[in-house]
Design a protein around this ligand. Structure first.
Ligand code: GLC
Length: 574
């Protein structure tokens, strides 16, 4: 039983994952054991002491399954096997055993909104007479249109990675739906057999020893009742896909069924659903333990604040601190009594936090990385650390399109140029937002290729690895690494950090991020200067700090409320 009573105050989840901190590993870029330039599972296993030193409780492993790698493994052709690029099932068993020996759990990425087009299910489905025909979304061309010509698609939805969301298959004589690339056809969750196949597969992984699932774009599994045309914007006949999908009518039903059939709660697994477009209200229902759906979701609102409009990721808008604070605060309040938040700034799809929300220049990089960590980790919810975030790794600042590998970036560049956009504007957007910013190899030391590989890395190593690397950080007590280690320790030590009620202070300040967390007689007070200029926190905005204990700070204590650029402090009052 995860909850003990139907009384509202008792309906908070009490799972083991509440005081936990999760570390995300993007296997291609973490550690390469065999010199082929791509990270692999034995490489991860060789770094377990590092994870132990950092103190994380859980590893989320991005996909390592068999894949043609159109989207770096988020296009799976065999759910029951490991891609040879990453190793073998035996290597994965060794990794699980090694993690478990150290008390660390393993959460697998679960990509079941779509498969690869090379998955046998899809290959069979291409035959209109196959029993698997209905496993994917097949539709005839638009009436009267010549199949395969522009505009003949069944509807005018645009795919997330560019082009139409429908691709014509000559063998079938019909179009199939793909929200992402044309090599990622969407599974039809309306079909009971599809769902059964997936639950079987999930049980197989649980029996193998995994401790949970990070569910890729899981809110997209329930499609709208009708797939229809949307209203296009000037200059583009196709309409961004996220205007149509994400809030399908059967989502809750599917998640409950999955929970029941796989035994997600019964087997005490960690479940986190990635959900573009999710609202607080939806998240509250999904993470209310009484509904037995998921433990938590990844929301996108805070990482969408620096884009002009929905579907316009690349049209940059300056980020304002009050908006960012307000967004996280709204989620804290919205899921304050029922449900649970996940906390993240970084992952394999987002630019590096220190470059995006901080100041990654030489003067302020370390303190801004620490302060962003402080702010995020002192919120209520489960924090996610993305590999290299604990070192304050920065964006890549590639200068040539040839350096980019990510399908989304490469397609965007081609599409934008074909629409007549200026090349340097496009490159600026990529520099700020490309997913490759997060995917450059992990910096282990100052040897060649940052100690990531003895071969040529699949994606260039960031040139700043000589200064920013794990070996240097571990040897420096003032490093970003040790700051993250202490943040994780604090969460393990103080219940107020796990459970305390959140209240935002100084909501309109454009420099200061301040809040309290309260539980019983304890009050945690966090003050952070999120700017590169000094500032003073008005004392009247805070509880009296006279008797407060300073738990962690970026700078030496001064006894005043003057904050240096990117200075942050965590106080405890009891
Ligand atoms: C999720 C993944 C992303 C992937 C997409 C399609 O958003 O995090 O990397 O490209 O789903 O699977």
């Amino acid at each position: 039983m995860i909850f003990q009573s139907s009384d509202e105050s008792q309906r908070r989840p009490s799972g083991w994952w509440k005081p936990a901190v999760v570390y995300q590993i993007y296997p291609r870029s973490f550690a390469d054991s065999n010199g082929d330039g791509t990270g692999d599972i034995p490489g991860i296993t060789s770094k377990l002491d590092y994870l132990t030193e950092l103190g994380v409780d859980v590893v989320w492993l991005s996909p390592v399954y068999s894949s043609p790698m159109d989207d770096n493994g988020y296009d799976i052709s065999d759910y029951h096997n490991v891609d040879p690029l990453f190793g073998t099932l035996g290597d994965l068993d060794d990794l699980i055993a090694g993690l478990h020996q150290r008390g660390i759990k393993l959460v697998m990425d679960l990509v079941v909104n779509h498969t690869s087009d090379e998955h046998p299910w899809f290959q069979e489905s291409r035959d209109p007479n196959s029993p698997k025909r209905d496993w994917y979304w097949w539709r005839p061309p638009r009436p009267g249109a010549e199949p395969g010509t522009p505009g003949a698609e069944p509807t005018n939805m645009a795919a997330a990675f560019g082009g139409p969301a429908w691709d014509y298959d000559e063998r079938s004589g019909e179009y199939y739906l793909h929200i992402f690339s044309r090599k990622q056809p969407d599974l039809n969750w309306e079909n009971r057999e599809v769902r059964r196949g997936i639950y079987d597969m999930m049980r197989w992984w649980v029996d193998r020893g995994v401790d949970g699932f990070r569910m890729d774009v899981i809110n997209l599994i329930s499609k709208p009742e009708k797939l229809e045309d949307g209203v296009p914007e000037p200059g583009n006949q196709y309409v961004p896909i996220f205007r149509f999908v994400g809030r399908g009518p059967r989502l809750h039903e599917f998640l409950r069924e999955m929970n029941r059939e796989v035994g997600l709660d019964a087997r005490n697994l960690l479940t986190v659903g990635e959900m573009p477009g999710v609202t607080i209200q939806m998240a509250r229902a999904i993470t209310d333990p009484a509904n037995a759906e998921l433990n938590m979701v990844f929301q996108f609102e805070h990482v969408d604040l620096d884009r002009m409009a929905e579907g316009h990721k690349w049209d940059l808008k300056p980020l304002e601190l009050p908006a960012l604070k307000k967004n996280l605060s709204d989620w804290q309040v919205g899921l304050g009594d029922v449900g649970w938040n996940s906390l993240y700034f970084d992952n394999h799809d987002q630019p590096r936090a220190v470059s995006r929300f901080g100041d990654d220049g030489p003067q302020h990089r370390v303190n801004s990385a620490k302060t962003l960590g402080t702010v995020l980790h002192m919120h209520k919810g489960t924090p996610y650390v993305y590999q290299g975030e604990e070192l304050g790794m920065t964006n890549t600042y590639f200068s040539a399109i040839e350096q980019y590998q990510d399908i989304e970036s490469v397609n965007y560049h081609a599409d934008a140029l074909s629409l007549g956009m200026e090349a340097d504007v496009v490159m600026r957007s990529l520099s700020a937002k490309s997913r490759d910013n997060a995917r450059t190899p992990m910096h282990w030391d100052d040897s060649s290729h940052a100690g990531f590989s003895e071969g040529i890395p699949w994606l260039p190593v960031n040139a700043n690895y000589l200064a920013i690397n794990a070996r240097a950080a571990m040897g420096d007590p003032d490093s970003v690494f040790h700051h993250f280690r202490k943040l994780i320790e604090l969460r393990h030590e103080y219940r107020v950090i796990v459970e305390g009620r959140f209240q935002l202070l100084l909501p309109d300040s454009e420099q200061i991020w301040a809040f309290t967390r309260s539980l019983d007689n304890s009050i945690l007070v966090v003050i952070a200067n999120c700017s590169s200029a000094p500032t003073v926190v008005p004392a009247e905005a805070l509880p009296d700090l006279g008797r407060a204990q300073l738990l962690l700070a970026t700078h030496a204590a001064t006894g005043t409320l003057q904050l240096q650029p990117w200075e942050s402090r965590i106080y405890l009052l009891r």
